[in-house]
Design a protein around this ligand. Structure first.
Ligand code: KPL
Length: 308
């Protein structure tokens, strides 16, 4: 079976490594050393430990390794390009990449610059780290795989089959661009607000925040229309986007969104990958984006305060 390298040992990277290792030669790569004995808690609460093949970027550079059939990049969105550059010398430039980032920043940039195939994956599987040696697979979801130019359907299909065999249900799709923007639209309406106010997703339904959610969705809906992105649910336009956002808020009411987790850990957020493409698109299409820009500025100010 084809071999896999996974660059970025965060929650999704480790979930992938745990899932693929029993099936195929799999190497997890990060900047710092991690214990090789790693534990996974399944959504059913079962604890599984296994030895993963883990290398640091420095080790990878100093030794010769058989190149992988797929390089998965599972870093945060803003770190993906630098992470790829850091190991690009260790692999042929024809190596297929799989980008697992949120937003729509790393995907178009790397698709344009990497000579080999670039697949994008978007997943609703939920996972979080619970230490240097353990990850919790909090909820089973579904992963969609495709490439932005629909030139690598067979490769995406092969990967989707492998992921499914590994226990992560996946489907090859011809509309990955739509799906990435749809997720970005929902993330833009939820993540910045909960991160700025330190609240769980469900609190957005309250009087204090609902008006701002509606104002953000209004701008996002106009941008989606200009980008040719339709809502995934029944219906069209602002109302359908708003219904989708409230549905996700409801389904994830108790969640601490990823951006809130970043803010609490005083880490840079993914605002550049989520709000950035929306603001850039609004400018390109001459659309209003005061709300989105306001959120971006507030997050930038908050992030600056982390360095003081
Ligand atoms: O995807 C999410 C995230 O946390 O990044 C949402 C949908 C906001 C759920 O928390």
């Amino acid at each position: 079976m084809a071999s896999h390298w996974i660059l970025g040992p965060g929650a999704i990277g480790r979930l992938l490594a745990h899932s693929l290792s029993p099936l195929a030669a799999t190497t997890l790569i990060g900047r710092r050393a991690l214990p090789e004995r790693q534990a996974l808690t399944t959504p059913e609460g079962e604890l599984r430990a296994q030895f993963l093949n883990i290398l640091t970027v420095a080790q990878l550079a100093s030794e010769t390794h058989e190149p992988p059939a797929f390089l998965h990049i599972t870093t945060k969105a803003m770190a993906a390009e630098a992470a790829l550059e850091g190991i690009a010398n260790a692999i042929p430039s024809s190596t297929p990449l799989v980008l697992w980032q949120n937003g729509f920043l790393a995907q178009p940039r790397i698709t344009q610059t990497w000579p080999g195939p670039v697949l994008c994956a978007t997943t609703t599987d939920g996972a979080y780290l619970s230490g240097d040696d353990s990850v919790v697979h909090a909820g089973r979801g579904h992963t969609f795989v495709g490439d932005l130019n629909n030139q690598h359907d067979e490769l995406a299909e092969a990967l989707a089959q492998t992921l499914t065999q590994a226990g992560l249900a996946a489907t090859q799709v011809a509309d990955i661009r739509q799906r990435l923007w749809q997720k970005l639209a929902v993330n833009a309406a939820i993540n910045p607000l909960v991160a700025l106010h330190g609240v769980r997703n469900g609190e957005l339904r309250g009087e204090a925040y609902a008006g701002r959610v509606i104002a953000v969705v209004k701008e996002v809906a106009a941008i989606m229309l200009a980008e040719g992105i339709t809502p995934p649910n029944i219906g069209q336009g602002e109302e359908a986007w708003l219904a989708l956002v409230w549905q996700v808020v409801e389904n994830t009411a108790n969640n601490k969104a990823s951006m809130l987790q970043d803010v609490e850990a005083r880490r840079p957020t993914e605002r550049g990958a989520i709000l950035g493409p929306l603001i850039e698109s609004a400018q390109r299409h001459g659309l209003a984006c005061e709300e989105l820009r306001g959120l971006d500025d507030e997050l930038a100010t908050l992030e600056e305060s982390f360095n003081r």
